[in-house]
Design a protein. Structure first.
Length: 309
């Protein structure tokens, strides 16, 4: 700090004391940084005085130097927070829901930096994860705004797993991470076929002759970490005469497996009829089933039989 003349030059004849003050109730001054000793008075030498300031609270304190008979001077400084942390607990959510998170800037005393309103960046390790500052309406963002040291934001993720979420302010060298859990169903389907005449079975093509009865079994399995709901399964390939022999429908066993079922005689598959086709129907183009719920590690099997024409 320098004492100035009316012309703006350093007043080298000034070697008096000047009082210091701060608008922060936690800010203190010292004439040495190595051996700190609080003071509010500094002494100039040839118009120059060097002193030090520290503050336990983040914010924008106004520092003032004054002496009776002289014009005072003020400066506004930025005191950055000491840490940036998540205060919301680690969460487990489904892939169709959202989770609320809270991040906080903290002072050196570990209290919330209520005097700090700034931004930070949020990052997820999941390719399907995204953030929003509001739950509704949702608007993707990677920047969150803090008010009085606190920011509340929301996370959604369509990919199951354990995404690592990070809140960071690189230019302050501040960041925090947490590993959360997103549950998601993982439904797979496979189909086997069984020739009742030859007893040949398997998932690969099998030999069949006119008049043979073929039983198809469609296995639906959930290997994910969440119950799968509203599962729709359809089979149009078995009835595709472009690749298979023409068939007659015989029956399907669905009463203890599927919640609803339907069939279509429409080659474009746009119109489906609730229920089962008549036995012996040769105009069926596809079958469809709805399984309302498939639990974690649960497998269900749908069977239907046809006759080769």
């Amino acid at each position: 700090m320098a004492a100035k003349t009316a012309g703006g030059d350093t007043d080298t004849s000034f070697s008096n004391t000047v009082a210091l003050s701060t608008s922060s109730n936690s800010g203190v001054f010292s004439i040495l940084s190595s051996v700190w000793k609080d003071t509010s008075i500094i002494t100039f030498s040839s118009g120059i005085a060097t002193f030090y300031y520290k503050d336990a609270q983040a914010g924008y304190p106004i520092l003032t130097a004054f002496r009776s008979g002289l014009l005072p001077d003020t400066q506004v400084h930025a005191i950055r927070p000491q840490t940036l942390v998540f205060t919301s607990p680690v969460f487990t959510m489904t892939s169709i829901s959202t989770a609320a998170l809270t991040a906080v800037y903290r002072n050196a005393d570990n209290n919330t930096a209520t005097g700090w309103s700034d931004t930070a960046t949020v990052i997820t390790s999941s390719a399907k994860g995204k953030f929003s500052v509001s739950q509704a309406p949702w608007k993707d963002t990677t920047t969150i705004q803090f008010t009085s040291g606190i920011a509340i934001f929301y996370y959604a993720d369509r990919k199951g797993g354990n995404p690592i979420i990070t809140v960071t302010r690189p230019d302050y060298s501040l960041s925090d991470t947490q590993s959360d859990t997103v549950t998601k169903p993982m439904v797979t389907a496979s189909k086997a076929q069984y020739n009742l005449r030859s007893l040949e079975t398997g998932t690969m093509p099998i030999a069949m002759w006119s008049g043979d009865t073929i039983e198809y079994i469609i296995y639906i399995e959930n290997t994910g970490t969440e119950t799968s709901t509203g599962n729709i399964i359809s089979d149009t390939y078995a009835f595709d005469t472009g690749t298979n022999n023409p068939l007659e429908y015989i029956y399907m066993d669905t009463f203890t497996i599927a919640n609803t079922w339907a069939y279509t005689i429409d080659p474009t598959f746009s119109v489906w009829i609730t229920g089962s086709p008549a036995t012996g129907a040769s105009n069926v183009k596809g079958l469809m089933w709805r399984i309302s719920s498939l639990g974690i590690n649960e497998t269900k099997a749908i069977r239907f039989r046809v006759r080769v024409k």
